[in-house]
Design a binder for this molecule. Structure first.
Ligand SMILES: [Zn+2]
Ligand SMILES: [Zn+2]
Length: 185
């Protein structure tokens, strides 16, 4: 009986599942907040506004509207400019240190020095994360990795006057950069 009360051409199998709040006894025809001409049975489970399927995204926690998803993401990325700036500065310094230590190590022990690269780059990534006060930011890992590379190149440019940068030195740099990039959140 109540089935016939709603426009049947708007019904899809399962479309009403979970759409109705528990206090509703029967499906209530609602209209999408963004598209007033579209009938819907779904609501954003965060803000509760009725939304059509085009305006909702099925997330891990149920249907969410784009506004609520954007809001959640901007709270996830909550690093301020000072966090990012400090993290970039620290990453540059770490790049200088990383290449100095790396080139010295491979100068003395050659290939085996490469084994140190992931550990040292991991420490550097940790330092960067601390410098950012453990606040996530969009593209933080890109900015800081570029800074790390810049520092390593600057350090390498000075070091090359005293120590020849061989294959192991170059590989140390590559492994370090990749490890760092993968470790920074
Ligand atoms: Zn919402
Ligand atoms: Zn809509």
């Amino acid at each position: 009986m109540t089935e016939g009360a709603v426009a049947s051409d708007d019904k899809e199998p399962g479309a009403t599942e979970g759409a109705v709040t528990s206090d509703d006894k029967e499906p209530v025809v609602m209209y999408c907040t963004n598209h007033p001409d579209r009938v819907t049975y779904l609501r954003c489970n965060k803000c509760g506004r009725p939304m059509c399927t085009d305006c909702l995204v099925l997330t891990d926690v149920g249907y969410r509207c784009h506004d609520c998803i954007r809001d959640q993401q901007s709270r996830f990325f909550n690093a301020g400019l000072s966090n990012v700036g400090l993290a970039v500065l620290i990453s540059f310094a770490e790049g200088v240190l990383l290449i100095l230590v790396g080139l010295l190590v491979v100068l003395f022990i050659g290939f085996w020095g490469l084994l140190l690269a992931p550990a040292l780059a991991g420490l550097a990534a940790d330092g960067t994360w601390r410098a950012a006060s453990r606040q996530r930011a969009r593209r933080l890992r890109i900015y800081t990795t570029v800074a790390l590379i810049g520092g390593a190149l600057a350090g390498g440019a000075i070091v090359v006057l005293f120590i020849p940068i061989g294959l192991w030195g170059f590989l140390f740099f590559v492994i370090g950069v990749f490890t760092f990039y993968n470790r920074v959140p």
